[in-house]
Design a protein around this ligand. Structure first.
Ligand SMILES: C[S@@+](CC[C@H](N)C(=O)[O-])C[C@H]1O[C@@H](n2cnc3c(N)ncnc32)[C@H](O)[C@@H]1O
Length: 239
């Protein structure tokens, strides 16, 4: 039997990290053209509110260099882009970035979070929305984010998290039964949305993510639950 290099999963299957990366890339390439529509359908538009708050907390300012990692179609980057700052979208999926080009003119770079071809201490703010969950080597990506941030630079991460206990039964029903059907109907990719649900389940909860960021070296680490913990905004500073 083939030995797995580290414990990696895709959906319910155990796969090695290369295979996981390949499958994740394929998921986003396949859903790219319908990704924005699907987000609206799945969240009843609430993701727009989460992203609005997220971009506001990033406090984009004149002269800053802001990287939106795992930026996909640019939904978050658009909200931070102004005439007097530089916003870059970084994502390994060309299809996702291409799909966003209908809506913006922001510069896009094809790279994965584990290997950022950016200089040390070069970025004022790095945002990552619904992206860190898809990164195969999360600690490596967090180290890279830490490396490229300037001293006093901030990382902001918007990600699904652990909802409050009373919401969990409804949330489980919705995510296991409704989302894959919506994925089949709208994005025509039910497996992609089954992956989405599984990856959310396996993702660290609020406190675990905070501890991970602190272990990398981030300080002033805090989080803000969104919609009773369905999503969460994590913020950390590089001192
Ligand atoms: C759910 S989408 C989020 C897109 C966008 N940030 C948003 O909120 O609409 C996740 C994105 O993560 C990207 N991604 C997957 N693996 C990645 C990696 N190793 N490093 C950086 N981004 C990755 C995918 O290509 C995809 O565009």
């Amino acid at each position: 039997m083939k030995k797995l290099d580290i414990d990696q999963t895709f959906g319910n299957q155990q796969v090695d990290s290369q295979e996981r990366e390949k499958r994740i890339r394929s998921v986003f390439n396949k859903v790219a053209s319908r990704y924005d529509l699907m987000n609206d359908a799945m969240s009843f538009g609430v993701h727009r509110w989460w992203k609005y708050k997220f971009a506001k907390l990033a406090k984009p300012q004149a002269g800053q260099i802001i990287v939106d990692l795992a930026g996909g179609t640019g939904d978050v980057a658009i909200k931070m882009d102004t005439a007097d700052n530089t916003v870059l979208i970084i994502d390994p999926s060309l299809a996702m970035m291409q799909a966003g080009k209908k809506r913006h003119n922001i510069e896009c770079l094809a790279m994965k979070g584990e290997q950022l071809a950016l200089a040390d201490n070069s970025v004022d703010t790095l945002t990552i929305a619904f992206g860190i969950r898809n990164v195969t080597q999360m600690n490596k990506a967090l180290e890279e984010i830490f490396r490229v941030l300037k001293p006093n630079g901030r990382m902001l991460c918007l990600e699904f998290s652990k909802p409050q206990w009373w919401l969990k039964p409804f949330y489980d029903l919705y995510s296991f039964y409704v989302i894959p059907r919506l994925g089949a109907w709208i994005a025509r990719q039910p497996e992609a949305y089954t992956y989405l649900i599984e990856s959310i389940r396996r993702f660290p909860d609020q406190e675990e993510m905070k501890a991970k960021m602190e272990a990398i070296g981030f300080t002033e680490v805090s989080y803000q639950n969104q919609s009773f913990g369905i999503a969460c905004i994590h913020i950390g500073t590089k001192k």
